[in-house]
Design a protein around this ligand. Structure first.
Ligand code: KG4
Ligand code: ZN
Length: 342
């Protein structure tokens, strides 16, 4: 029985964002994220600094989420948290907080898989969101994952293809770092690419026969190309920034687009949904819209605030687990490589 009166507090702390959200039924009452600026100086996430920052931010973020939702902690039905995958030290902060809170309030605890959460945002009740029907093809595009997933039900998901090395977001970030852009670089590359020529430079696209993808080849070839070009012109990056961003972005998007098309055809899936930080990318959105039109796919693009890491995605996943009483235990362990759970 689906209950629209259940109130869930959700915590997400898998990487470098400390996030808390409150949901009533499938509606998001608040969705708060505290970004950790500290990693910018290092050009990537420093795990130890991330867990320390989670410790200092988690209580203020939860307080902010409860107060914005106008909900008292005594009104909560359950507390959800990210069990994995992610950075172990970061995951532990969220799980310890959620476990203590559930114990003191005597309410159920619901562990959630972060990657399933990225896909389930499409079931949030929101006028901008139209939910797909099962089964569909779910594509996770983030800093840590790039997966093509057959989604048969809320928690019945089968990974059909994945990256064999770097994730798409990682390729954006590492190539961006080489161009001198601040971490995470995906959003800046997207913005700068708008005035560049995507055909100015070309980079190799890995040709794997199955549904897997690879991003390390294009990353290495991009970085080598910059080093070689800088030997001839020390201002090469500055002089070609927009074209470099546009050409790189075009290549990174083509790699996943080709696989989406292949899987959709082979598995006869005509609904495509995307999730994860890179799902905010304008090129992938535009290219998918064009493809969807020509192929007759139903395409489901999440609102931007539900693409990068957030706790609303953990809350909506917990909503479906709560209905089935899939509760966790205090002895559940956080798992940096957590597999999909039922
Ligand atoms: O899902 P997410 O917030 O965290 C992980 O679970 O990894 O994804 C973060 C990734 C970063 O690599 C970031 O550069 C990328 O999402 N990203 C983008 C854009 N916005 C965020 N990449 C390309 N274009 C964007 N507009
Ligand atoms: Zn994520």
């Amino acid at each position: 029985m689906l209950r629209e009166t259940d109130i869930i507090l959700a915590i997400e702390s898998s990487c470098d964002d400390t996030a808390a959200a409150v949901l009533k039924g499938r509606k998001v009452l608040s969705n708060c994220v505290a970004n950790q600026e500290i990693h910018k100086a290092y050009g990537g996430v420093v795990p130890e600094l991330a867990s320390r920052a989670h410790q200092s931010k988690i209580i203020p973020v939860v307080q902010q989420a409860l107060s914005q939702a106008n909900i008292d902690k005594k009104e909560l039905t359950a507390i959800a948290y990210t069990q994995g995958p992610g950075l172990l030290g970061s995951l532990l902060v969220g799980s310890a907080f959620a476990k203590s809170f559930s114990m003191s309030l005597k309410i159920p605890l619901i562990p959630i898989n972060h990657m399933q959460g990225h896909l389930l945002v499409h079931f949030i009740e929101d006028e901008r969101i139209k939910s797909p029907k099962f089964p569909f093809l779910g594509v996770t595009l983030s800093g840590g994952h790039t997966q093509l997933i057959l989604v048969k039900n809320y928690f019945d998901m089968e990974i059909l293809g994945t990256t064999l090395d770097d994730a798409i977001g990682e390729a954006f970030d590492k190539c961006g770092k080489r161009m001198g852009l601040t971490y995470p670089a995906g959003q800046s590359i997207d913005r700068i690419a708008k005035i560049g020529d995507p055909n100015k430079f070309s980079f190799p696209i890995s040709k794997l026969k199955n549904y897997n993808v690879s991003y390390s080849g294009v990353k290495t070839s991009f970085i080598n190309f910059l080093s070689n070009s800088e030997q001839k012109d020390s201002n090469f990056i500055r002089n070609n920034m927009a074209d470099l961003c546009a050409s790189l972005q075009f290549t990174l998007v083509q790699i996943i687009l080709t696989k989406i098309e292949l899987v959709a055809m082979d598995k006869k899936l005509n609904q495509i949904i995307i999730g994860g930080g890179v799902a905010a990318n304008s090129e992938i959105r535009n290219q998918l819209q064009k493809k969807a039109k020509s192929k007759g796919w139903g395409l489901f693009l999440p609102p931007i605030e539900y693409t990068s890491d957030n706790a609303a995605m953990i809350g909506i996943s917990a909503y479906y687990k709560l209905q089935k009483k899939y509760f966790g235990k205090l002895t559940d362990v956080s798992d940096a490589r957590l597999k999909f759970t039922q």
